[in-house]
Design a protein around this ligand. Structure first.
Ligand code: PGA
Length: 252
């Protein structure tokens, strides 16, 4: 990965959506990626129940597979949880940690998110660490302070440009159809990039930053054209191959 222009990543987060039949959408993605020369990395994070099946079907293809969360520990008495090692064993190469829905629904603090990112690294996986402000925080002018504190508290000291990606996802933009202005995205991504460079030097310079929150084919090109936006984290529009391919096309 060149530090000047990191290869973009278009990542799909299916959230709690998808049954076995949904693997057909991923098959369409693989067919398309095979037929074209994708100029970005492409990832789908299905629910945990589908990680192994999707990873097996995608082996040797340009489609990577990831988990949506993991427990900080490798194993133990934690009913219902899944470890990073288990996701790696199932064929995942990425794990999303600290998504705002996890932070809100499961009261995950920055310290918990940092431990999960370390767990991903321990298992040899790439952590996609999410940060983002609520609408109240934005309206009160605290966006940069909030995302800056989340970044400082959630990104572990062992982060490198190879094992860590940061996703800026304004909470109010997720699933709402609303997106920040290009100037707002540029401001936040510029601040996150500067903070990573100041903490990690050349490593921070090369770390990829994704934008997430209501990315769709119609706005992908504009959002992906913003400085220090190195790809997208996509929820709703990743569920259908045609929509997701429309976003991938923003990199053509
Ligand atoms: P959305 O979700 O694309 O449906 O807004 C984004 C996300 O939560 O990652």
């Amino acid at each position: 990965m060149s530090s000047a222009t990191p290869r973009p990543l278009v990542a799909g987060n299916w959230k709690m959506n998808g049954l076995t039949a949904s693997l057909g959408e991923a098959a369409k993605l693989r067919e398309h990626l095979e037929a074209t020369n994708a100029t970005c990395d492409v990832l789908i994070c299905p629910p945990a129940t589908l990680v192994a099946a999707l990873a097996t079907a995608s082996k040797g293809s340009a489609l990577a597979v990831g988990g949506q969360d993991c427990h900080p520990k490798a194993s133990g008495a934690h009913t219902g949880d899944v470890s990073a090692e288990m996701l790696a064993d199932a064929g995942a190469t990425y794990i999303i940690v600290g998504h705002s829905e996890r932070r809100a629904d499961h009261a995950e603090t920055d310290a918990v998110v940092e431990a999960k990112a370390r767990a991903a690294h321990r298992a040899g996986l790439i952590a996609i660490i999410c940060v983002g402000e609520t609408i109240e925080q934005r309206k009160s002018g605290r966006t940069l302070a909030v995302v800056g504190a989340q970044l400082a508290g959630s990104v572990p000291g062992d982060a490198t440009a190879t094992n860590t990606i940061v996703a800026y996802e304004p909470v109010w933009a997720i699933g709402s159809g609303l997106t920040p202005t290009v100037a707002d995205v540029a401001e936040v991504h510029g601040a996150l990039h500067a903070q990573l460079v100041s903490r990690f030097g050349a490593t921070g310079q090369a770390m990829r930053l994704l934008y997430g929150g209501s990315v769709k084919p119609s706005n992908a090109k504009e959002l992906m054209g913003v400085a220090h936006v190195n790809g997208a984290l996509v929820g709703g529009a990743s569920l259908k191959a045609d929509d997701f391919l429309g976003i991938i096309a923003a990199y053509k």
